[in-house]
Design a protein around this ligand. Sequence first.
Ligand SMILES: [Ca+2]
Length: 374
Amino acid sequence: MKLLAPLCLALFVISTIGEAQAAPKHKPAHAPKAGKAKPRKAAPPPRKPAIDVEGEQVNFNEWQAVREFEDDMVAKHGFDRAALEGLVGQVRYVESAVNLIKPAPPGKPKNWQAYRARFIEPIRIRAGVRFWDENAATLARAESQYGVPAEIIVGLLGIETLYGRDTGRFRVLDALTTLAFAYPETPNRADRMAFFRSELENTLLLARDTGIDPLTLTGSFAGAVGMTQFMPGNILKYGVDFDGDGRIDLSNSAADAIGSVANYLSRFGWNRKLAGPWAIPAEVSPSRAWEGLLGGGLSARYRPDELQAAGVTTQVTLPSDRLYGLVDLQNGAEPTEYWVADDNFFAITNYNRSYFYAMSVIDLGQAIKLSRGA
Ligand SMILES: [Ca+2]
């Protein structure tokens, strides 16, 4: 499979070169290279894909699948066909989005401590203290309204985008159109294309609802927007106008970002009654009876006595009326760390399905809280 995939792609590129301009009705899986029909001779030198904000001018309006999408937008949502074609005519194909969305090749083993060190560091902590100070009243209001502590909101926005400093440099419309219609060859390609197509639909609806030019929306290579890195569909579903100016702006309004993160976590199970710590270090017995508790889904399902019976123990006594999940954090060649975590930890994994992610949000929030108190 791994050997075949690049070969198939290479063959496909060769077979479509020259066809692209002559037969635009041909369903494209790869963007036509406008005006460049020169076949590639040697493999390109290995390089890391650069962030590509420029993109390539291709006429997406000539692509059959894009025309079908436009038909849907007209029929379902009453978009003006000519205006839509005018907009799509300005959308660019961004090959770097295609490269970045590909699954990473198997690399080094996962290493929590290395991951943690990248995020829990002085620059991010200082920026978090400043963000908290500047938005203290808004964070307190979000905490009271949604029950999500300020430290979690501040930790999450720090991990996501360093408080808006790193929100991505792609035009959302370019990234989503490219991925919706030219997704790379992967086993889940059809599902992913459908996902990005629906996010493209959401972007156009969002832009129409809020009266913004969709070409001005910028975000990650996957189309995630603003300080919160919400996909457009999540902006429609979970975005909050928390500064009350009449529109949701997750790129420029810290208040909207704060309210939207708090709303999202609250909707995905954050329980204000569960005070921290949300994750507690654990020891596991050599018998490995606890292995069956791993991978039990992203939820807290085990009582403390069940954990203990399986050989999972903690230094502190766990409240008997709370449920926990067992979390393993791999450390490369070093021993794996084990933790028990409650529902609020798993609420964070709904933002990004990763233990490393949830733990780093909690740790950064705590580091900022400590630094702020000091
Ligand atoms: Ca607003």
